[in-house]
Write a protein that binds this ligand. Sequence first.
Ligand SMILES: O=C(O)[C@@H](CO)OP(=O)(O)O
Length: 202
Amino acid sequence: MPKLVLVRHGQSFWNLQNRFTGWVDVPLTEKGKEEAFKAGELLKDIRFNVAYTSALTRAQETLRIILEVIGLQIPVIKDQALNERHYGALQGLNKDRARQKYGAEIVHLWRRSYDIAPPEGESLKDTAARTIPFLERAILGDIYEGNDVLVVAHGNSLRSIIMYLEKLTPEEIIKVELDTGVPIVYEMDKEGNVLNKEIRRH
Ligand SMILES: O=C(O)[C@@H](CO)OP(=O)(O)O
């Protein structure tokens, strides 16, 4: 059965500094590179046929390290459809400062709700409007052909994909948090349904 593996990029400098990142192209920290290395170690048993990533360096670099550790040279497709949610006016702002400025409750809704967008930014629903057509058109197309597929992207672009794959409701997706560099391995059928989910921790 084909496998679909999702990995959030390793720690970036703005993850470390607790700042909203969105589309700002912030590189990985040393810890982030180590997390990518460990993700590669945990995925050595899977002979991926193709990999997808976003247009942002932190995801591309995480993918590059994973493929180097596994020792695979496969086609890599980069597309901004997989970019992080655009965080609008919050990009660059410290998350604790944002809670002080706007209130913890609304900041939590901006970060984790389905349809409440941060100022000038994308809600998860807006993000899904670009990730899901790409998932259906490109990524699941490979699954239908029986390929093992690796996707390295971002906390919220992956939450939108997880919501779709696991058929979660807006109430359920609000609780979903992704750790950096921790692979989620889905066993799929060739119709694109999830048969099994395994989270591989370091
Ligand atoms: O800053 C961001 O772009 C994202 C992911 O790190 O943050 P959050 O977890 O708040 O959605």
